[in-house]
Design a protein around this ligand. Structure first.
Ligand SMILES: C[S@@+](CC[C@H](N)C(=O)[O-])C[C@H]1O[C@@H](n2cnc3c(N)ncnc32)[C@H](O)[C@@H]1O
Length: 150
């Protein structure tokens, strides 16, 4: 899966969960406001270790967890299973993936930081992957975040 997958595999190989097991606060708020009723087919880009996918599954959605990190996806599936939930893992790199068109009721991207050319490609595909009326929930940093060293 290349350098990105290897880097995140190393990070996620540590004990525990790098971003915790609770869902992202903004996603919880945005899902309540903007997501149509479950069940939706939801694609989560850069899902990592599963906290957001597990939350979406807990709301009755059919969640696909896309990530370049195999280690992260294994933890994601296991986190969801621990709550009696299922996630469909998709081990792929966003720099090369071809997302299916008009396939999802929602696409979620939380802190999936990508280099500009990959980002433009991935976000274009994310929009095209939505069914009519589908919702894109995207939380990302601007370059101003760099000064906080997070
Ligand atoms: C900061 S973590 C956020 C994880 C998760 N969204 C969360 O909020 O807990 C960024 C995630 O994006 C994934 N990622 C980064 N670049 C990627 C790429 N090119 N293709 C697929 N996944 C990628 C990483 O493997 C990692 O899991």
């Amino acid at each position: 899966m290349g350098d990105v997958g290897a880097q995140w595999d190393a990070r996620f190989s540590a004990e525990g969960f790098a971003c915790g097991t609770e869902p992202n606060d903004w996603l919880v708020e945005a899902a309540a406001r903007f997501l149509p009723a479950a069940p939706l087919d939801v694609l989560s880009l850069g899902e990592g270790e599963g906290r957001n996918g597990a939350f979406l599954a807990s709301r009755g959605h059919r969640a696909t967890a896309l990530d370049a990190s195999k280690v992260g996806l294994e933890k994601a599936v296991s986190l969801a299973a621990g709550h009696g939930l299922s996630l469909d893992p998709w081990h792929v790199d966003l720099s090369t993936v071809q997302l299916p068109a008009s396939a999802y009721g929602a696409v979620v991207s939380i802190s999936c930081h990508l280099p500009p050319p990959v980002r433009a490609r991935a976000h274009g595909q994310a929009v095209a992957a939505l069914r009519p009326g589908g919702v894109l929930l995207l939380e990302a940093y601007t370059p101003a975040q760099l000064r906080f060293q997070t």
